[in-house]
Write a protein that binds this ligand. Structure first.
Ligand SMILES: [Zn+2]
Length: 240
């Protein structure tokens, strides 16, 4: 027992030294040396405006084949800062962290427990090379670990390099997304969660959902960190 106490004392001394040498700083407000390895401080998390976990599928401009769409927070200033204007390593930390806190909020939802796996919205290889990362993958990894659902990054590939969606109307968006994805294995009777950072028009997720449903998938649920409450004039581009 004494040995255990000593070890835990040693651990806390070690942690104190580490936090003195490497004080943690909130990546959003740049403030605070707070006692946590989280990348965002609790004050910024509170300011992120959590939304009730409810089905938002009817709020989407395009929702074909999507059974349910869930989002954790309003896509307001704090989250925009968290998602943009960060260095690569910081983005990875934030992405995984946002997936984790989304997972904590979704844990009690029965619909989540019935999922077979998560698929992050894939980027086309050209886009991936340009950008160097896929944010949806980091979010899916944090989320999957928390809700204990496997993440399948290779199951669906983007085969068509789609152009930016923001200037297109609904019909053009749908045409743009047609045949943009390819499935690499049997998805019959699977319940699948499609993961992305922000839920806006729904066109990307809907396009993936249609392809998965045509291949026999049972239920498709969109799981996103955020959705803008004020959709009008929102120029944020979905993962394209
Ligand atoms: Zn902060």
């Amino acid at each position: 027992m004494a040995i255990l106490t000593n070890i835990s004392n040693l651990n806390s001394v070690g942690n104190a030294i580490i936090s003195l040498l490497f004080p943690n700083q909130c990546l959003v407000c740049k403030g605070g040396e707070f006692n946590s390895s989280d990348p965002i401080c609790s004050e910024c998390i509170i300011k992120m405006h959590p939304l009730p976990i409810e089905n938002r599928v009817h709020e989407l401009a395009v929702n074909d084949s999507v059974d349910m769409a869930l989002a954790g927070w309003d896509f307001g200033d704090e989250l925009r800062t968290a998602i943009h204007s960060l260095k690569y390593e910081e983005r990875a930390r934030i992405g995984t962290f946002l997936g984790k806190i989304l997972g904590e909020r979704l844990l009690s939802e029965t619909i989540i427990q019935n999922l077979d796996y998560l698929i992050p919205v894939p980027l086309h290889p050209i886009k991936f090379r340009e950008r160097g990362f896929n944010q949806a993958e980091w979010i899916a990894n944090g989320l999957g670990k928390t809700i204990q659902i496997p993440v399948r990054t290779q199951l669906m590939k983007r085969v068509k390099h789609t152009i930016s969606q923001t200037t297109l109307n609904r019909e053009e968006r749908l045409n743009n997304m047609k045949k943009a994805f390819k499935i690499n294995e049997d998805v019959s009777d699977r319940n699948i969660g499609i993961v992305d950072d922000v839920l806006t028009t729904g066109s990307t997720i809907s396009s993936m959902a249609s392809i998965l449903k045509n291949a026999g998938a049972k239920k498709i649920i969109a799981l996103t960190v955020a959705t803008p409450l004020e959709r009008k004039n929102d120029t944020y581009t979905e993962s394209v």
